[in-house]
Write a protein that binds this ligand. Structure first.
Ligand SMILES: [Zn+2]
Length: 387
């Protein structure tokens, strides 16, 4: 009896694509169906949606603006549904993956909080699954980007990887043995808010001295503007470039000037890079990965940033000289990483769906919008009746 059960169990395990890890069941990317899926990256200003095949190739991309955070959660759902329906006109969509700038719970069904959107404990996965009639996966955007870099980019073949995304702030993600480490409550990897300078610069999170106040796009721009406002001689180059309009100093401009050899901008990248290296050494002390992938807009400066980061990392790493050193590399997939990663993570929940399914969804959408129109017309009349 027990042998029989054992055999049944083993046969089942061989056929199924579900791997049991801990309490939760997860598919492996190796056994997930090789079907195209849709990835959606919801950022602070833009929503990017694309169809991505099983090798990480982007087949089509659509972009639109992120609805303002004063708009209801329903508006964001509408935006997502419109993009998916548009793409499904031309592609079979077998699953939808969403990478959102925000905190996603450990079950990856609810967005707990998103600073740029009206989502507060929003049951996004179930709402969209119901609406789109395909499996939906929701994750944090940094997790999605890290997954993409691990599968198709700079972190290929690394069993233990940490990704750091330098944008306006710092995002992060941890990958171990082909699994994203999300923590017990889903919000692991918020490296940007580790305190590195007690009583330092104020951070929008409410604390002072957070790492992202010293090593991010915001830090870069703040420092450049401060120097320009003080009319420091080192800032003459950038002041001239913006015609004295200091608020027009941006991250991409500083990167451009640094590449041209502007001394102040090069120095700012050295400073930010040093802070990056110190933070990476701290993360290595805690997590000991084999590779750090540096992504996000600021990483476009490449060696101007990574060089000083590597130097500071080597100077700060605990046990230096007596341990193998992790590689520090620049991300390869660019701004599409979050979208590609979300799509590839969605393959883990994908099922084979065909165009017939899309037609059902379209009929549903048409009927519900027709109902909404009718209800709107009927509403005043029903009030009259009551009178
Ligand atoms: Zn903070």
């Amino acid at each position: 009896m027990s042998a029989n059960r054992e055999r049944v169990h083993r046969t089942g395990a061989a056929r199924a694509t579900v791997l049991t890890v801990g309490r939760r069941e997860r598919r492996s990317h190796l056994t997930a169906p090789r079907v195209p899926t849709v990835g959606i990256d919801i950022g602070g200003t833009k929503v990017m949606a694309g169809v991505v095949d099983a090798d990480g190739h982007i087949l089509e991309t659509l972009r639109t603006e992120t609805p303002h955070k004063s708009k209801s959660p329903k508006v964001v759902e509408d935006t997502i549904a419109d993009l998916v329906l548009d793409l499904s006109e031309r592609h079979d969509v077998h699953a939808v993956g969403i990478g959102a700038a925000g905190w996603v719970d450990a079950d990856r069904s609810r967005v707990l909080f998103a600073p740029h959107l009206a989502w507060r404990d929003e049951p996004l996965r179930d709402a969209l699954t119901e609406r789109l009639r395909v499996p939906v996966m929701v994750d944090n955007d940094a997790n999605a980007a890290a997954w993409a870099e691990w599968r198709f980019g700079a972190g290929r073949g690394e069993a233990d990887l940490v990704m750091i995304t330098l944008g306006t702030g710092i995002g992060g993600a941890i990958l171990e043995d082909g699994q994203v480490k999300r923590g017990r409550y889903g919000v692991a990897g918020e490296f940007g808010h580790m305190q590195v300078v007690p009583g330092g610069h104020r951070c929008p999170c409410g604390n002072r001295g957070c790492w992202e106040q010293y090593s991010s796009g915001n830090a870069l721009v703040r420092e450049a503007r401060e120097l320009a406002a003080a009319e420091s001689p080192v800032a003459y180059g950038i002041i001239e470039r913006v015609g004295g309009r200091i608020d027009e100093i941006t991250g991409p401009l500083i990167t451009e000037l640094a590449r041209e050899g502007d001394a102040m901008c090069v120095e700012l990248f050295q400073e930010i890079g040093q802070w990056l290296g110190v933070g990476i050494a701290n993360l290595a002390a805690a997590l000991d990965p084999s590779c750090f992938v540096i992504g996000g807009g600021v990483s476009a400066a490449d060696d101007l940033l990574i060089g000083p980061a590597r130097d500071a990392f080597r100077r700060t790493l605990t046990g230096r000289g007596y341990r193998p050193e992790a590689r520090i590399v620049t991300a390869e997939l660019g701004p599409e990483a979050g979208m590609v990663g979300a799509a590839d993570l969605a393959r883990l929940v994908a099922r084979r769906f065909r165009r017939a399914n899309r037609r059902r969804v379209e009929r549903r959408e048409r009927v519900s919008s027709l109902n909404a129109t009718l209800n709107a017309r009927l509403a005043p009349r029903s009030r009259e009746v009551r009178r």
